[in-house]
Design a protein around this ligand. Structure first.
Ligand SMILES: [Zn+2]
Ligand SMILES: [Zn+2]
Length: 108
């Protein structure tokens, strides 16, 4: 019984942390439910940038808010997020991405 509670708590915690870090929520919920120790692995992983919410500072490579004009860590100007429509499917491909996030084709 204690183990079942641990699995549920581990799964929920894993899903929550995964969501905050921009990682696969369902995958981590299942992984942490089966093996609650995965939560510790998840905490150690870096946050992934999410287009529209967060991006990587080109100077210090840390995660900053999408709309930021100056990096909160290194105080360097980071400019506007630059994106161009994918020539294959029309979805936005951001400057830091080498491949279209929707169709996976390389940026033209
Ligand atoms: Zn920076
Ligand atoms: Zn595309």
């Amino acid at each position: 019984m204690v183990f079942a509670v641990l699995m549920i708590v581990g799964g929920l915690l894993g899903g929550l942390v995964a969501g905050n870090k921009g990682r696969h929520v369902l995958g981590w919920t299942l992984a942490c439910g089966v093996m609650p120790l995965f939560v510790l692995v998840l905490f150690a992983l870096p946050t992934l940038p999410r287009p529209g919410i967060s991006r990587v500072c080109p100077h210090c490579l840390r995660i900053i808010p999408w709309q930021a004009s100056i990096c909160a860590y290194c105080r360097q100007p980071v400019g506007e997020p630059v994106g161009a429509p994918c020539v294959y499917c029309g979805s936005t491909v951001w400057d830091h991405e080498q491949f279209c996030p929707k169709c996976g084709k390389p940026k033209a």
